[in-house]
Write a protein that binds this ligand. Structure first.
Ligand code: GUN
Length: 286
């Protein structure tokens, strides 16, 4: 069984970006990410800190906006508008979730699609849907990299049966579109799917993105399948765990991602990749 090491692969991607960023700097181009955090949610604070640390490691400039929990939607939209207009800002990231007085959709829609490094804007989602260029949501983009870099070189996604469990806008749906782009045969299962075990057992590649610990057991997995666990949950003991029962599924899978250390670290690596692409796009003529 092959344990797919997301920590290692995300490090490779960050190191590649670090080298390419040094070359951009020689041309006078600096990659800049603006990170906005509203309120003091501890988990969000950790995520934002890690994103800023990754910028520092690669050599990007990060601008940090830490706004009080009472910030109004109008105030946040005004800041986004200002950042949209700044030539020295390549990417804008508003950490979710937002306090309840702010409509997340209005915020996502306000970010210029060319600076939407999260890939959440409807323009970017639409571009993915019809096979045009655009920013892709970081977690599903990270899963594609795990499959391409974490499996034997002769492993081909093309023609494989792929089952995705979960249909969120941020993971399940873009994941399905990306796997389709890689020429997999894609099934999206969800909470109303009948005979989930049977559906999952068809999969050569099974991607669990439900957000429920213990959801995927050995009864859902075909012998030799590749299993990608996108879930980040806490069990009764407070330990981090995925959607997949790792101990039993790892006995029958040919490859599997651990939690932590699988998909998680890839999200930030792909965010960094999107920032790099944004800077290239904004400096086309240099
Ligand atoms: N909150 C949890 N995940 C994410 C993410 O990928 N991007 C943003 N902006 N907020 C999040």
């Amino acid at each position: 069984m092959n344990l797919i090491d997301g920590k290692l692969i995300s490090q490779q991607i960050k190191d590649e970006l670090k080298e390419k960023t040094a070359l951009l700097k020689e041309k006078g181009i600096e990659v800049t990410l603006a990170v906005i955090l509203v309120g003091e949610d501890p988990a969000s604070q950790v995520y934002v800190r890690n994103k800023k640390k990754a910028c520092e490691y690669i050599g990007y400039r990060s601008l940090s906006y830490e706004l009080p929990a009472e910030t109004t939607q109008e105030e946040l939209l005004k800041l986004i508008d200002e950042l949209n207009g700044r030539k020295d800002v390549d990417g804008i990231l508003v950490q979710m979730p937002l306090p309840k007085q702010i409509d997340e959709k209005a915020v996502i829609d306000a970010i210029s699609p060319s600076k939407d490094v999260d890939g959440f804007h409807p323009m970017n989602v639409g571009a993915l849907c019809i096979g045009e260029e655009g920013f892709v949501s970081c977690t599903p983009a990270g899963v594609i990299q795990l499959l391409k870099r974490g499996l034997p070189a002769d492993y081909d996604i093309s023609g494989k049966e792929c089952v995705i469990v979960g249909r969120s806008n941020i993971v399940g749906k873009p994941m399905a579109l990306l796997m389709l782009r890689e020429n997999a045969t894609v099934t999206v299962a969800h909470s109303r799917t009948k005979n989930l075990e049977e559906v999952c057992k068809k999969a050569d590649i099974l991607i669990a993105a439900v957000g429920k610990a213990g959801m995927i057991t050995k009864d859902h997995v075909k012998e030799g399948a590749v299993v990608i666990d996108v879930g980040i949950n806490r069990n009764e003991e407070g330990k981090l765990c995925g959607d997949v029962v790792f101990d039993e599924v790892s006995q029958i899978a040919s490859a599997i991602t651990p939690v932590p250390g699988g998909v998680g670290p890839m999200t930030i690596a792909m965010l960094m990749n999107n920032c790099y692409e944004a800077a290239l796009m904004h400096n086309k003529n240099v």
